[in-house]
Design a protein around this ligand. Structure first.
Ligand code: G6P
Length: 368
């Protein structure tokens, strides 16, 4: 009903708008003034995490994309080698487990059959070939996944009704950023990260102000059949998530590419009928991303770029730029997810699809 939706037209839009608060709830109690508190996920968590030398992350769907972002963070910041894999692949593959490896599952529902099976597989490995411990990042307390894991970090997004995951994803990202901090042995870096995380409410609220501009932009996608999403570094999985959102609810064929891979195939698809959406925060990859955008422009492609206001990118022929507020590097994957959620939402509304209940999809896939 309309009241359940709090005045919003769809649960998905309500859940997109709940993100500043959901993200704040997710970090509350997990930060001190200048540190990230491992003890917030259990009394023995600190001792356990101090032994971790490698990480395996396993998940499905949107949750898998959160894992892919975390790999960049865990390796670049905490310097811990990290593998990320789809649960449906992992469970049948006979993987090699490195020494002192933490097994991490990510799941909104905590009931996804493949993710649960992967956890059970990981726990059943013969003595000496298995994991140090298991950690679930999950949005449903008392779910199978949380009950069967050694450590649990709740995402605290609150109930998510829309089939296309939004606030569960950004709060997963924040949990993984917190985990990265807990594993970082450099106290000064942990302090900086804690300070960055406290800015998340402001950052995401500012991004939500782009809603009207994005609704306008969405009109240009209604008659399109395909779309290409581009990003680099930690923004590559964000491009994947943007493409997934568009597929799920607006039924457009969307694909994501790491922008440096354009030349190895997708450039052949670029023409005026193929919108290309890019995410370009001000980070170490920006200049590379800009030259990739040039490659698209030079072939007559239509670009839509969500870029830092200081990125030096301007709207002109063949390129529409939406100015994003400046955000810290660490928060960029969270902040840049939001306009892609809004874009998918508004394209779906304009096309008249069933936004909260897309055809053929389920909120939680509890059978293989
Ligand atoms: C389904 C949902 C997706 C979700 C995926 C994994 O496909 O429609 O939105 O990302 O399952 O779900 P989980 O609950 O494990 O995160």
């Amino acid at each position: 009903s309309a009241t359940e939706k709090g005045g919003y037209r769809h649960f998905m839009l309500k859940e997109i708008y709940e993100q500043p608060q959901a993200l704040t709830d997710t970090w509350q109690g997990r930060l001190s003034v200048d540190d990230i508190l491992a003890s917030s996920i259990g009394t023995d968590a600190e001792a356990l995490l101090s032994q971790v030398e490698a990480i395996h992350i396993v998940a499905c769907g949107t949750s898998y994309h959160a894992g892919l972002v975390a790999r960049y963070w865990l390796e670049a910041m905490a310097r811990i080698p990290c593998n990320v894999e789809l649960a449906s692949e992992y469970r049948y593959r006979n993987p090699v487990v490195p020494k002192n490896c933490l097994f991490v599952t990510l799941s909104q529902s905590g009931e996804t059959a493949d993710t649960l099976a992967a956890l059970r597989y990981a726990k059943d490995l013969p003595q000496g070939q298995g994991y140090l411990a298991t950690l679930a990042v999950c949005n449903k307390p008392e779910s199978s996944l949380t009950r069967e894991s050694d450590l649990v970090m709740m995402t605290r997004a609150g109930p998510e009704i829309g089939v296309a995951s939004t606030k569960a994803f950004t709060t997963q990202l924040l949990c993984l950023l917190l985990l990265t901090g807990m594993l970082d042995r450099d106290a000064q870096k942990r302090g900086h990260l804690a300070a960055d995380i406290r800015k998340i409410h402001t950052a995401v609220s500012q991004v939500l102000e782009l809603d009207d501009a994005i609704r306008h932009l969405a009109e240009e996608f209604v008659d399109k059949q395909h779309a290409l999403f581009l990003g680099r570094g930690p923004m590559y999985p964000i491009a994947m998530e943007g493409a997934l959102k568009l597929k799920e609810i607006s039924y457009l064929h969307a694909e994501a590419y790491a922008a440096g891979e354009l030349k190895h195939g997708p450039l052949a698809l670029v023409d005026e009928n193929m919108p290309v959406i890019a995410v370009a925060p001000k980070n170490d990859w920006l200049e590379k991303v800009k030259s990739n955008l040039q490659e698209v422009s030079a072939r007559g492609g239509k670009l839509y770029v969500f870029a830092d206001a200081d990125a030096g990118l301007n709207t002109g022929p063949g390129m529409t730029v939406l100015d994003m507020p400046h955000v810290d590097d660490t928060l960029a994957p969270i902040a840049y997810t939001v306009p892609l959620q809004l874009l998918a939402y508004h394209v779906a509304v304009a096309k008249g699809t069933d936004v909260d209940q897309p055809r053929n999809l389920a909120k939680s896939v509890t059978v293989e």
